[in-house]
Design a protein around this ligand. Structure first.
Ligand code: KG4
Ligand code: ZN
Length: 418
């Protein structure tokens, strides 16, 4: 391997402009994320045109900040990695065009990374970082002197142990069987949503209830103060539409992979529960109250932290609805993920993506994994949502194998992983 394995990662697939420098896929030297939440919040969702404009504004300062934070210059790097898909076409193109220009001007190889693989590597980066920190002979944090052999780490440590990865975010709810092979990874898609992603359901239900954007953190914060058994959302309401198997996917979230040959037991569907919440809100006359909340939420801009704050924003029945919704979604994610792990003989379960930041999700997956004698791994909270450290980490095995992007690399909004 030439150089010291320093990769600059660039991520711009959705509403975060991010740059990070990671050494040998195992040590984060710097990580900078510029969020566009305040731009999109008033619209209750990401506006693609605004996202591209914000990426254009942020990309140069964000990359500069990542280099400055690392006390490095472009001349110190070994490669540049960039997210090439899936994501918003215009948003992806900003990162790709800038990464290409930087790579060309500095004679650095360019590595294209699938955003979903990035989310999986967020967990692996944590794992390698933990190993790195505990290796006695790596002290001093000296660049270029890793204590562990990260060229073979993944395959030697995990070869006999395929992992089941649940990537659960605003754009995806996908299950993969991930195997380390020859210092790189192979992925087999085993399940996915047939309509909305789980994060999308959090965002849509939050919007319906007049809460902030993105909805996940608001629902997460408020659910703690509600009774999760108050509204009996059943798994039947989020049952996969088996009759759709073999048909072309209908939504943005479903475009990244075909469902024809997947086991229907590992398919998700979250549009039913969203409609069930809508019906419940209408039946119980909660609409006006939700509308009245919008302006208060925009003013405060931060999810409640205490029961008093929660009750000042939402009456108890709304808190109960929120808690019941969250419990049902997490229950369904758990049921299918653990069934897939068992059926495929995976001893480790990786849960990653924005929704993996959810408190209840972490607690319940951790308990269930312990009961089944499985290892459960999550990224740190900062690495759960979109970031560029995961992109730089995922590029490391590709740098080892000299798998570089073609000169005509372009954005692929529905890029599949497998
Ligand atoms: O991975 P991410 O940053 O972007 C995508 O690739 O989509 O995930 C963003 C999604 C949003 O839908 C957001 O509502 C959700 O992750 N999210 C959460 C939490 N934090 C973020 N969902 C549930 N609980 C959370 N704490
Ligand atoms: Zn993501």
């Amino acid at each position: 391997m030439p150089g010291s394995g320093l990769i600059l990662g660039i991520e711009s697939s959705c509403d975060e402009t991010a740059a990070a420098i990671v050494e040998r896929g195992a040590r984060t030297i710097s990580s900078v994320v510029a969020s566009q939440i305040s731009t999109h919040a008033r619209y209750g969702g990401v506006v693609p045109e605004l996202a591209s404009r914000e990426h254009l504004r942020a990309i140069v300062p964000v990359v500069r900040a990542a280099l400055a934070e690392a006390h490095l210059t472009l001349a110190d790097l070994d490669a540049i990695a960039v997210t090439s898909g899936p994501g918003l076409a215009g948003a992806l193109l900003v990162g790709i065009t800038y990464a290409k220009a930087l790579a060309f001007a500095n004679r650095l190889p360019l590595i294209a990374v699938n955003h979903l693989e990035g989310h999986i590597h967020a967990v692996l980066l944590n794992e390698r970082e933990a190993e790195d920190a505990s290796a006695a002979h790596v002290a001093n944090g000296k660049l270029g002197a890793p204590g562990l052999d990260f060229e073979t780490w993944d395959s030697t440590r995990l070869r006999s142990d395929p992992a089941l990865a649940l990537v659960v975010s605003g754009g995806h709810t996908h299950l993969y069987l991930a195997r380390p092979i020859d210092a790189t990874w192979s992925y087999t898609l085993v399940g996915r949503t047939v309509d909305d992603a789980a994060g999308e359901a959090f965002d849509k239900v939050a919007k319906l209830l007049g809460l902030g954007y993105p909805g996940g953190p608001w629902i997460d914060a408020l659910a703690r103060f509600g009774n999760p058994r108050a509204v009996p959302f059943s798994f039947a309401q989020i049952k996969p539409k088996i009759h759709l198997a073999g048909k072309a996917p209908r939504t943005k979230a479903a475009k990244t992979a075909p469902i024809a040959r997947l086991d229907p037991h590992f398919l998700f569907s979250f549009s039913g529960i969203k409609t069930a919440v809508l019906r419940y809100v209408e039946l119980n006359q909660m609409r006006a109250e939700a509308r009245a909340r919008v302006s208060r939420v925009l003013e405060h801009f931060r999810p409640p932290q205490t029961r008093e704050e929660a009750l000042a924003l939402c009456p108890q029945p709304t808190l109960d609805l929120i808690a019941s919704f969250q419990r049902a979604v997490i229950g369904d994610l758990m049921k299918k993920t653990f069934a897939a792990a068992e059926s495929l003989g995976a001893r480790r379960v990786l849960v990653t993506g924005g929704v993996a930041a959810n408190r209840e999700l972490r607690e319940r997956f951790t308990e269930e994994a312990a009961a089944r004698g499985l290892r459960i791994l999550f990224p740190t909270l900062a690495l759960s949502t979109d970031n560029a450290a995961m992109i730089a980490a995922a590029a490391w095995p590709r740098l080892l194998k000299q798998e570089f992007a073609p000169p005509d690399l372009s954005a692929d909004p529905s890029l599949a992983l497998s």
